[in-house]
Design a protein around this ligand. Sequence first.
Ligand code: SF4
Length: 407
Amino acid sequence: MHVTTTSRPALALYLHIPFCTAKCGYCDFNSYAGLDHLVPEYTPALVRELELWAPAAREFEVRTVFFGGGTPSLSSLDDLATIAEAVRANYTVADDTEWSLEANPGELTLEHLQGMRALGINRLSIGVQSLHDDELKMLDRIHTADRAIEAIEAARTAGFDNLNIDLIFGLIDQPLARWQQTLERALALRPEHLSCYALTVEPGTALYYQVAKGILQAPDGDIVADQYDWTRERLAAAGYHQYEISNWALPGRECRHNLVYWRADPYLGIGAGAHSFFAGQRFANVDAPNKYVELVNATAEERRTTGRATMQQIKGGEHPDEATLRSDAMILGLRLIEGVDAVEFASRFGCTVEDVFGPAVAKHIGYGLLEWADGRLRLTERGLLLSNEVFIDLLPDRETEPAPTEA
Ligand code: SF4
């Protein structure tokens, strides 16, 4: 059902497609290579989960839809059409909804891009990561720099006028000049949005074991800091506005979907391992795609036979308490350059930022990493670089107990 934007509360939908051609060595996302045999069962399960959630989301209007992964651009046009149709058939969807899809340049063809555009996908986030072939190889990416540029040009030809380019800096042995070349080449393509993340060596990844065994050196922190500082200056000079630690956009082209996460607005995550924040609760689906399919099918069968559905079944073990919700709101909100609104925080949680995080906030204001401005707590320029030092002190076990509020 399509409507123009109304006063209904907004809802974001995240749709997880966990399949990839190959697993990249640095990747700790819930993504899998070699599970293609599951695709024919997975798409119907996504549709069933969308149908199962629809009654609970009746009051909402969907304003952003995000196909993430994994590699959603690997999905056939038929599968994407089936999923998009299920969204439109079961939810109230605003006419100006942002429909984003994560795309891998290695497999993008003009025909596929045109098909996705015809389905109503109006924003692509293209995982370019680097524009040097040796760096792409080190990251286990299957595309080359030339292929990435061709894919972006094909996306323009297919009619996409809202493109994000994802890049990674702080690569192993990457001097500043190499990163500068990648960013300059990306800027020449004039994307509407750029995500520039520092490489993190995540436990459990192939990269982690290579670093742990001394086969590869961890990225040099000083070089990473220089690269980040230069990126901020260069993108500001090119007219991009930094609105989050790792995200920049031309005016009005911020990713509306990701803003929902950082501002702790409601979203439903559909698919294996997808996270949700809905009806004041945070929860996540089970990670394993085969288990997810099994649980969704059992829940749909329960709805069919009893009229009830125990959505709990599809979920994994995460049931965060209030302390975790407060910590999440602070850490996610501080990722935004605008920071955390003190009044909003107090009205949401019934206690002030200082009640809960007073010592940590005072400490990091003292270190010059946090500051108050216009009723908002935000990271300083130095704090953007050292945000993890701040975030670690905002974890739930570091909270002070909030004083009881008066009745
Ligand atoms: S393509 Fe993306 S999601 Fe898939 S393994 Fe590589 S980094 Fe992870």
